[in-house]
Design a protein. Structure first.
Length: 274
């Protein structure tokens, strides 16, 4: 359980080789299928919690940097988020009764803009009363589908920054699509020299605190960078999210989606372009 000590000490941990090459190939194929769906839509599209974030490059070609909750209609990706290995990794930290409030795919194509400005995930846990004891109840995870290196736009982190709780990072702009800035770190009292690159190979898993300051840059490598993110929370501390595990056992999705971050879920659940 070295990852437990590392997580508590630094606010993040890496567990190597959790998923095999064969498993990653199958997951990667499912990820590619979701990406193709987003491109086919041509613009942002929502159906309940399922959301394709689609943008256009300078030539008008659709770009899909992110899809939220693909597990509602991808059996492969749904099986991954309910894999028993998550309980092995997470239960020593947040127990075996877990809800899920993040289920996302992220892509960075070679040469494309795929920046994430410096931020803490706690910024997005709203309303405050629905997400209690964030520092000790919630863990974000990322499964590497491709090599994550500095060149491919790997996540960058500030070790130990989770210990300070919410920081005065700039929240006036969107995180997705904006570059990391040393000035933003300095304004929050963080030394930019403390930054590390979170480098991973396919099948590795990263885990990080909602208070850990992190971001990522552009992909200058010759391959894409795909990341499958799943965020879990101790069920007793969260009023939102889909159940993932009860007493360590996986819980299938119910017949109807539940409230997570899409506030208009019950008023406008039907398929529509955004």
């Amino acid at each position: 359980m070295d990852h437990v000590a590392q997580y508590h000490e630094h606010g993040y941990a890496i567990v190597r080789g959790v998923f095999s090459p064969d498993e990653i190939a199958r997951i990667g194929a499912a990820v590619d299928a979701v990406h193709a769906e987003g491109v086919a839509h041509g613009r942002s599209f929502r159906h309940g919690n399922l959301f394709y974030n689609v943008r256009s490059d300078d030539n008008g070609t659709p770009i899909v940097p992110m899809v939220q909750w693909p597990s509602y209609h991808s059996a492969v990706l749904n099986a991954v988020r309910l894999d028993p290995r998550w309980v092995e990794l997470l239960s020593p930290l947040i127990g075996g009764d877990l809800k899920q409030i993040i289920n996302q795919l992220h892509w960075k194509a070679p040469g494309s803009k795929g920046d994430f400005a410096w931020h803490q995930d706690s910024r997005f846990r709203k309303p405050d009363e629905a997400y209690r004891n964030l520092g000790s109840s919630y863990i974000q995870t990322g499964l590497a589908i491709d090599p994550h290196t500095r060149a491919s736009g790997a996540m960058r982190m500030i070790p130990n920054s989770h210990r300070s709780g919410p920081l005065a990072l700039d929240t006036s702009t969107e995180v997705l699509g904006n570059e990391m800035s040393d000035d933003a770190l300095l304004a929050a009292g963080i030394d930019p020299a403390a930054v590390i690159d979170l480098e991973m190979e396919p099948g590795d898993i990263a885990m990080w605190s909602p208070y850990l300051v992190h971001g990522s840059g552009r992909n200058t490598a010759d391959h894409q960078r795909r990341l499958y993110i799943n965020g879990y929370v101790s069920a007793a501390d969260c009023d939102r999210g889909e159940w993932a595990f009860r007493d360590g056992r996986p819980v299938p999705l119910g017949p109807e989606p539940v409230l997570v971050h899409y506030e208009a879920l019950y008023e406008n659940p039907e398929p529509h372009y955004v």
